[in-house]
Design a binder for this molecule. Structure first.
Ligand code: S3P
Length: 172
C-alpha cells in the first residue's frame, strides 16, 4: 500500500478528510504540523513567533522526509505551505506515494478560515477583507505547486463523505 498524501491550502479540509479516510481504510493518519509540534515540543504558532518562518520551513521539510521514510502505510496531511518549499513538490510524485490536492475556491477558504485563524500565523491578524485579498494572491502563487500532485479533488459544496468517495475512486 502506498502512502497517501493530502495537500491543499489552509482550510481546505486536509485534517478532517484525512481523519475520516484513516477510519475508513484503517490506516494511521499523521498530521505533519502535529508531528513537527511533538518533535520540537513547540506549537506552530510559537515556532513562527520565536524562530521565524524560515526555520519552520526547514523543520517542515525534514519532518516530511522523515514521514516518507516510514515503512508502514500512512496517510499524511501536509501543511498548506509544505508543497511550496524546498523540493517538497517533487516528493509528491514518488512511485510509493499517492498525492491528492484538495482544491477549494477562495470563497470556501475565506468562509472556513474566518472562523478558524488564530493558530494560523500567516492569517491570524487579518480581517475578512484583508484575508480574501491575501488568499487570492497566495492561492494563485501556490497553485503551481499544488498542481504537481498526482490527483486533484475539488471540495467546494461537497460533504466530507462525497470527498472521501472521490478519493476512494482514485485509490481503487
Ligand atoms: C501554513 C499552513 C498551516 C501550518 C502553518 C503554515 C501555510 O497548516 O503549516 O501555519 O503556509 O499555509 P494548515 O494548512 O494545516 O493550516
Amino acid at each position: 500500500m502506498k502512502k497517501i498524501i493530502l495537500l491543499g491550502y489552509m482550510g481546505c479540509g486536509k485534517s478532517t478528510i484525512a481523519k475520516e479516510l484513516s477510519k475508513k481504510l484503517e490506516i494511521p493518519f499523521v498530521d505533519l504540523d502535529e508531528f513537527i509540534e511533538k518533535k520540537v515540543k513547540m506549537t506552530i504558532k510559537t515556532i513562527f513567533a520565536e524562530k521565524g518562518e524560515i526555520h519552520f520551513r526547514k523543520l517542515e521539510h525534514e519532518c516530511f522526509v522523515e514521514l516518507l521514510h516510514f515503512t508502514e502505510p500512512i496517510i499524511i496531511g501536509l501543511g498548506g505551505g509544505t508543497p511550496c518549499y524546498a523540493n517538497n513538490h517533487e516528493l509528491l510524485k514518488g512511485d510509493d506515494v499517492i498525492s491528492v490536492y484538495l482544491k477549494a475556491s477562495i470563497d470556501t477558504l475565506v468562509g472556513r478560515l474566518s472562523l478558524n485563524k488564530s493558530n494560523r500565523p500567516l492569517i491570524a491578524n487579518k480581517n475578512d477583507e484583508e484575508m480574501k485579498e491575501f488568499i487570492a494572491t497566495h492561492l494563485f502563487e501556490r497553485s503551481y505547486y499544488y498542481n504537481q500532485a498526482q490527483h486533484t479533488v475539488t471540495v467546494d459544496q461537497k460533504t466530507i463523505e462525497d470527498t472521501i468517495k472521490d478519493i476512494l475512486v482514485l485509490l481503487a
